[in-house]
Design a protein around this ligand. Structure first.
Ligand code: IPM
Ligand code: MN
Length: 358
């Protein structure tokens, strides 16, 4: 197979975790006899620091031409007080829109052996395995009008969803549920928001086309509570852009660390693959960051953008193998339960397991 992959390291821990992920991608190519053309481009704060736009045109064009895009993270405190068009995050929002990747898949599963490392009681999280299907190119992230008024005395955003936008993301959720445990939990705030009442109506309609999938509706506040107290009850969690952003960080806590979570943004051109964690500037460059979120995103890239199932499986197995052998980055070590390894050691342990031909 021939494929072109664009890597966007970005900010903070982005460069170190994408470097590890890229090595894994190269190892997959050589083990399975593929040719992957991999090029790297600036985005976010890294692009701004170089004097460009957060999403330089050249980066956008490269992404549009690629079979898949692997992104590290964007976000840099140096630009915290900059206007929207000069913020690292804007690059990511523009890129998602340019690629048209409206469906963000965020699987969250407790790896065997990691039940004890997180903030939640092991008996509550053991066996948790959910998929957040987050709408990614609409809602309050993109709604117009937005801005500030009265010399900064007030500010406003617009949450807007069309039937068509809700319908297509609901389709993705139901289709996913068919291949999983057949349950969709749709998240909204229909007791307060008009967008949520439309959301609920359209999701219910789509649900009638999937008689084998059970649909339940959950207000986002109660969903947040249930995710913390009884995560096993969830299979596919369907949500709008903002609610999905919030719940997916919480899912990170459920599985032991946000550093473990990968994501795939699909439905448009190619696909955009990125760990769910952010740029984590305070730990950047210290070899602390967990590369698993980025490496698991490579597995999703192989599966969703390149249709390479066995290759994806090999990557997931290598991650499982390194964890089963006891390697833990700092975020996975609970107090008094052993030594943490650096991110580069974790990456090496995974890489060598990918290289071993199966
Ligand atoms: C995420 C991130 C982004 C988002 C930011 C960096 C724009 O938090 O992918 O979850 O809010 O979508
Ligand atoms: Mn987020």
């Amino acid at each position: 197979m021939q494929a072109s992959v664009v890597v966007l390291p970005g900010d903070g821990i982005g460069p170190e975790v994408t470097a590890a992920a890229e090595q894994v991608l190269r190892a997959v190519a050589s083990r399975f006899g593929h040719t992957f053309t991999i090029t790297s481009h600036p985005i976010g704060g890294a692009a701004l620091r170089g004097g460009g736009l957060p999403l330089p045109n050249e980066t956008r064009e490269a992404c549009l031409a690629a079979d898949a895009v692997l992104l590290g993270a964007v976000g840099d405190p140096a630009f915290d007080s900059s206007p929207s068009e000069q913020r690292p995050e804007t690059a990511l929002l523009q890129l998602r829109q340019a690629l048209g990747v409206f469906a963000n898949l965020r699987p969250a599963k407790v790896w065997p052996g990691l039940e004890n490392g997180g903030a939640f009681k092991p008996e509550l999280v053991t066996g948790a395995d959910l998929l957040i299907v987050r709408e990614l190119t609409g809602g309050i992230y993109y709604g117009e009008p937005r801005g500030t008024a009265g010399d900064g005395e007030s500010a406003f955003n617009t949450m807007r969803y069309s039937r068509a936008e809700v319908e297509r993301i609901a389709e993705v959720a139901f289709k996913s549920a068919v291949t999983r445990r057949g349950l969709v939990t749709s998240v909204d705030k229909a007791n307060v928001l008009e967008t949520s009442r439309l959301w609920r109506e359209v999701v219910t309609e789509v649900g009638t086309r999937y008689p084998d999938v059970r649909l339940q509706h959950q207000y986002v506040d109660s969903c947040a509570l249930l995710l913390a107290t009884n995560p096993l009850q969830f299979d596919v969690v369907l949500s709008g852009n903002l609610f999905g952003d919030i719940l997916s960080d919480e899912a990170g806590a459920v599985v032991g660390s946000l550093g473990l979570l990968p994501s795939a943004s699909v439905g448009g051109r190619g696909g955009l693959f990125e760990p769910v964690h952010g740029s984590a500037p305070t730990i950047a460059g210290k070899d602390i960051a967990n590369p698993i979120g980025a490496i698991a995103s490579v597995a999703m890239l192989l599966r969703h953008a390149l249709g390479a199932g066995p290759e994806a499986e090999a990557v997931d197995q290598a991650i499982g193998g390194a964890l089963a052998a006891g390697y833990r980055t700092a975020d996975l070590v609970s107090s008094g339960s052993g030594e943490a390894v650096g991110g580069s050691m974790m990456a090496r342990e995974i890489l060598t397991r990918v290289q071993v031909s199966g």
